[in-house]
Design a binder for this molecule. Sequence first.
Ligand code: NAD
Length: 274
Amino acid sequence: MTLLEPGMVAVVTGAASGIGRSIAEALLDRGLVVVLLDVERDAVMRTVAELEARGQRVEPEVADVRDPVALDAVAARVLRRHGRVDVLVNNAGVVGPRRRAWEQTAEDWRWLVEVNLLGVAHGVRSFVPAMVAAGSGHVVNTASVAGLAPVPGGGNAPYAATKHAVVGLSETLRADLDAAAPSVGVTVLCPGPVPTRIHDSERHRSAPAASEVPVLAAEGLGPLEPVPLEQVGRDVVAAIERDRFYLPVGVGTAELARARAEQVLHGLAAAARA
Ligand SMILES: NC(=O)c1ccc[n+]([C@@H]2O[C@H](COP(=O)([O-])OP(=O)(O)OC[C@H]3O[C@@H](n4cnc5c(N)ncnc54)[C@H](O)[C@@H]3O)[C@@H](O)[C@H]2O)c1
């Protein structure tokens, strides 16, 4: 269990906006030094300036989580500067255009897998060895409610696939740490809809998605309700300190996840009877 204390060091990816910034601010409020990593140079420098003006200890890192060499270099710099990394938040992520599963382009699949899944894998590979060596630390991986259950309306197969993969990666990371360094914590963050810039993810691509297929209209949210941004940071800090693994955030997320789990159990029972 990691009790957060002043002087500890956190690295947050995708920290220049939305959920990453909310988590970074909650960690800063607990006195941690926070390394804000993001691919958007201007946004990360602006965020660092704003937080420094409030007297908080932040450091910028401009890097693309798709690049394992860049993440290794960030880890080396952080360890050289501070000699420790206590919290790693693998949070950077993007959404693609809403289209039916068979209408998603190969390029959209690749882009989402590289950012949302490999970005998390690279973060784990670059930073977790120092935590294992220290026998302490906590990893937060941002998945989504879409990693626990299909969300109303569909149209997001690549996103759902990568977020389920982040849940699976995190469960396996937990099992591996249980054997090698059980005091290193893991949380898989699964929020419902949060008002951020995620639906402007296309800003990260140099060329627009090449597809003639029109995108689907937005659907209702079913049982999900919008989640206030500050709640995510607060809940993540509490989950780290209570060593909670699954962290659904927002009204309706646990309900959708339970309905999906029950469907799986029914399917398994039917298969056993057949
Ligand atoms: N907003 C939601 O409704 C919601 C719900 C559940 C989960 N999530 C997840 O939360 C995470 C954060 O998303 P958000 O909603 O805050 O979106 P956001 O667009 O506001 O913030 C994402 C940040 O990640 C950065 N980023 C994108 N690609 C990157 C890359 N390749 N390397 C480094 N940084 C990169 C962006 O520059 C941005 O600052 C994502 O993983 C997203 O899938 C979001």
